[in-house]
Design a protein around this ligand. Structure first.
Ligand code: UD2
Ligand code: MN
Length: 336
């Protein structure tokens, strides 16, 4: 009996001591005990348990912001498309840095922007392998918190690049709170990583100087290839038009929408915003559509009723690869 009482007393003393120790640590500046906690700013509901839990969940959010100029950029780099590259091989080259779905965020700082890269796609698998092989490391060096969304048009109906962009915007936002959207052709690979895939205060056109056009921009109003809009900018223009079937015009219509909504575009320096385009012919079922050029002159008539607010589509399949999220969609063409 005596022994039992002694044991209970000892346990009670131990418990009291532990409580005192915990209370002591948390009522003092705990950075003295755990220096790494110093700039993690312990906040929360006041209880020890609450503080610890908040600290655990906030660790990522309270990392310092990444520097404005990413420190590991290399500038111009070699890009060539002669090498055969399979997706399997690309996975072995860049996959280990990525999270499922083609997602990445820098480990040691909080990215300045959350960027969704939307790639309109159908039957360009070789291009996609080249693109992923070169673009992923660029985006990583640029310290972006990003995801790659390949929007794959199902079936062999007329291609609709612009509608795929709208679908990419909507689907990416279902997954993460992206604030910046890159709309990029699958055949355009940057050859200088100083060309940041980051949105700005105005819609931004990145593919300024392309080898196919001797690195010369042929029009001040060009907005095709690779272009970026913040979520707000994209909503302001009601997204792309959904009604540009086949090749051409949808990029000019987007440019017009931006002007109509009182914005203007900007571009990086042509010395930096350099690209190689993978050689290709015109794809089947993406023939030039003469109606598109006419329609692109009527943006003001269409902007309010044709765009994100009239978007209809069905997702047929979502596939999470380590290199990308592949969303296969039925773009629901109008009845002929
Ligand atoms: C120009 C524009 C492009 C777009 C297009 C007209 C530039 C540098 N590029 O590119 O942005 O405005 O004209 O629509 O200004 N695609 C497929 N499968 C297909 C067809 C197209 O994946 O069967 C995708 C792919 O991402 C491709 C993009 O659509 O890069 C544009 O098509 P394109 O490469 O045939 O058009 P292009 O090079 O004339
Ligand atoms: Mn092209």
């Amino acid at each position: 009996m005596k022994e039992k009482i002694t044991r209970i007393l000892a346990l009670f003393a131990l418990f009291t001591l532990t409580c005192l120790a915990v209370f002591f640590i948390y009522s003092k500046d705990i950075s003295f005990v755990f220096p790494s906690v110093l700039h993690q700013q312990v906040k929360g509901n006041g209880s020890v348990f609450g503080n610890v839990m908040d600290w655990v969940t906030n660790t990522q959010a309270t990392l310092d912001p990444c520097p404005d100029s990413p420190p590991s950029l290399v500038g111009p780099f070699l890009v060539e498309f002669e090498t055969k590259r399979s997706l399997d091989w690309v996975r072995t080259q860049v996959g280990s840095e990525l999270q499922q779905g083609g997602r990445f965020k820098p480990a040691n700082c909080t990215a300045r922007q959350k960027v969704a890269v939307i790639v309109p796609f159908r039957n360009r698998h070789e291009h996609l392998a080249h693109w992923l092989y070169y673009v992923h490391p660029v985006l990583m060096r640029q310290q972006l918190d990003y995801g790659v969304y390949v929007i794959n048009q199902d079936g062999d109906g007329m291609f609709n690049r612009a509608k795929l962009m709208n679908i990419g915007f909507v689907e990416a936002l279902k997954e993460y709170d992206y604030d910046c959207f890159v709309f990029s052709d699958v055949d355009l690979v940057p050859i200088d990583d100083r060309n940041l895939y980051r949105c700005s205060d105005r819609p931004r056109h990145l593919s300024v100087a392309i080898d196919k056009f001797n690195y010369i921009l042929n029009s001040k109003t060009a907005f095709g290839g690779v272009s970026l809009l913040t979520k707000e900018q994209f909503l302001k223009v009601n997204g792309f038009s959904n009604t540009f079937w086949g090749w051409g015009g949808e990029d000019d219509d987007m440019y017009n929408r931006i002007i109509i909504r009182g914005m203007s575009i900007n571009r990086p320096d042509a010395q930096i915003a350099r690209y190689k385009m993978i050689k290709h012919g015109r794809d089947l079922h993406n023939e030039v559509n003469p109606e598109n050029a006419v329609k692109a002159q009527k943006s003001a008539e269409n902007i309010d009723t044709d765009g994100l607010n009239s978007l209809n589509f069905t997702v047929n399949k979502i596939l999470k690869d380590v290199l990308f999220t592949l969303i296969t969609v039925d773009v629901q063409p109008p009845p002929q």
